[in-house]
Design a protein around this ligand. Structure first.
Ligand SMILES: C[S@@+](CC[C@H](N)C(=O)[O-])C[C@H]1O[C@@H](n2cnc3c(N)ncnc32)[C@H](O)[C@@H]1O
Length: 227
């Protein structure tokens, strides 16, 4: 049992450790100009529009990467108070840099563990392109939603996107790329299904909405009505 837990932790850490400063310097180009539009069939403008619609003035972003989508929101003047949470300090620093002169609060933490944020609630929590990195099925890694929900203000919205490996959604080139990422431990999405995510979010929130673009699943959840 203890060996399983050690291996699980190693897999979680490996999936986040890949984001070195060098990789982050080419992240936007590779992910949003090549991988997302060409392999996953979802262009950058769809992610930007989704963020614009769901981000709000007191926002927590989780699994921040290079901060590309938050930077877009800052340029549109949609952000006021922002907190960043990530297991990899390189990502926290790169995103802080990308958002300057906006001041941010940074938390270095694993979404699968109780989170180190007390006495603060957010009107929106975003987790974009994060869940497909995290080991376990949605029913296992969905524990993150329990921790994140505790940080949502009443009526707040949790939203995000994740890449699905599911046959029928991911085509041959997408599965080819994801096979490599899964083998390298960068992705962990072979067990992920839209149905499981619907169940996990539905157990926690009154309202859940999902939509697909290519093999990217977008989700929103709230106890308030979703407009
Ligand atoms: C693929 S990047 C996504 C970056 C960004 N949100 C985007 O939309 O492009 C995944 C991010 O999640 C972080 N991450 C991976 N596993 C994590 C975990 N268990 N807890 C917190 N952050 C994690 C990584 O360090 C990285 O910043």
């Amino acid at each position: 049992m203890e060996i399983d837990e050690t291996l699980r932790r190693q897999r979680v850490e490996k999936a986040a450790a890949v984001y070195s400063p060098l990789l982050l310097s080419v992240y936007d180009l590779w992910v949003y100009k090549v991988a997302a539009p060409r392999f996953f069939r979802c262009p950058l403008r769809i992610f930007q529009h989704f963020y614009e619609q769901n981000v709000s003035r007191h926002h927590l972003d989780v699994g921040v990467g290079s901060g590309i989508l938050l930077r877009h929101c800052r340029q549109k003047n949609l952000l006021d108070q922002v907190a960043l949470l990530d297991l990899n300090p390189n990502c926290l620093d790169a995103t802080e840099q990308a958002l300057q002169p906006l001041k941010v609060r940074k938390y270095c933490a694993d979404i699968l563990q109780p989170l180190p944020i007390a006495n603060e609630q957010f009107t929106s929590v975003g987790l974009n392109f994060l869940l497909h990195c995290v080991p376990g099925s949605f029913r296992e890694k969905g524990v993150a939603f329990t921790f994140l929900k505790q940080l949502l203000a009443p009526g707040g919205v949790l939203f995000g996107s994740t890449v699905l490996y599911q046959p029928g959604l991911a085509n041959a080139p997408a599965r080819w790329l994801m096979n490599r990422y899964n083998a390298g431990g960068v992705f962990n999405n072979r067990q992920d299904t839209q149905e499981d995510l619907q169940v996990v979010l539905g157990n926690l929130f009154e309202n859940v909405e999902m939509s697909l673009e290519g093999c990217v699943l977008f989700f929103r959840a709230s106890d308030a009505a979703l407009d």
